[in-house]
Design a protein around this ligand. Structure first.
Ligand code: NAD
Length: 280
């Protein structure tokens, strides 16, 4: 069984490190979050991914406070809401996130979506997020759902590459274009929806790879992402599944299995979420 100590870390471009496997909180109802995240801590997760948009930061904060785990053993990420891209709103809502989380600093804060059609230029939003690092209340600044052109623009304008780009990526949607653009900038990839948000579970090819390895579909999908070097934080409220998802660190998919899973990519048809250029 894997535990917190066995989760490898990924080195980020600002000299910090992040646990490669964590726990996602999208769609965990606010009223259940403290209990579910508390359970995740008991099971061994130490890296939690939340967002202003999920309205459950307060529950994450309650679980952190109740856990008794030293702050420096935890890695907490939140994300800027789409309605708060104006630079003043970045600072104000970041402080509100800290308050809701009951923390004096965040490990990672992301622009949730680039919103290229919004009145506020995401370059200005990015500058405001990077300014938070100078204050000491934010360790690392990153982005989410940034396409290659968005990444190129912020790096050219500010000289600062995000530490991570959190993008949709799973066997049905490898998202190699955004993935490779991120890596070219020295930006680590966080794969959201690593289980295809539930879409992968009936896949016969994944079931066959899982059976050959004596594992589950969830475990081989997560293992495939980990072997690509991506950072993942699957979500489940079920303790057995939470354990199962953490228990992906002590086996290795063969090159053949990796190639088989690579072959499931459906390109744009495999995308489950909105295209980042079309949101906002
Ligand atoms: P996911 O791929 O983690 O899938 C979650 C679904 O799979 C849930 O229905 C869950 O019940 C089920 N599941 C989980 N483990 C299972 C198992 N072992 N066996 C069977 N079913 C299992 O999808 P997600 O939650 O959307 O993505 C993970 C995290 O990524 C989110 O919680 C959130 O933190 C983040 N995220 C970010 C963005 C973004 O725009 N940046 C978008 C979506 C999600």
């Amino acid at each position: 069984m894997s535990d917190a100590a066995s989760v490898p870390t990924v080195a980020l471009n600002d000299g910090t490190t992040i646990p490669q496997l964590g726990f996602g909180t999208f769609q965990i109802p606010p009223e259940d979050t403290a209990e579910v995240v508390g359970r995740a801590f008991e099971i061994g997760y130490r890296h939690i991914d939340t967002a202003q948009m999920y309205r459950n930061e307060e529950g994450v904060g309650r679980a952190v406070a109740a856990s008794g785990i030293p702050r420096d053993e935890l890695y907490i990420t939140s994300k800027l809401n789409n309605s708060s891209h104006a630079p003043d709103d970045v600072r104000r809502t970041f402080e509100q996130s800290l308050e809701r989380l009951g923390l004096d600093h965040l490990d990672l804060f992301l622009i949730h979506w680039p919103l290229p059609n919004s009145e506020v230029d995401y370059v200005d939003t990015w500058r405001a997020v990077t300014d938070l690092v100078a204050d000491g209340r934010l360790r690392s600044a990153g982005v989410s759902n940034f396409e290659p052109a968005h990444l190129d623009r912020i790096v050219e304008a500010t000289g600062a590459a995000p530490v991570v780009n959190q993008i949709e990526a799973h066997p049905y949607f490898r998202n190699d274009v955004a993935r490779e653009a991120s890596l070219r900038h020295g930006t680590a990839v966080q794969a959201w929806g690593p289980l295809g948000q539930g879409a992968l579970f009936d896949d016969p090819t994944l079931a066959e790879v899982a059976e050959r390895n004596g594992r589950t579909v969830a475990q081989v999908a997560l293992r495939w992402a980990l072997q690509r070097g991506d950072i993942v934080f699957p979500k489940s409220s079920n303790p057995d599944r939470m354990r199962e998802n953490l228990d992906t660190l002590d086996f290795e998919l063969s090159d053949d299995d990796v190639a088989t899973i690579d072959g499931l990519d459906r390109g744009e048809d495999g995308r489950g979420g909105p295209h980042p250029d079309q949101l906002g």
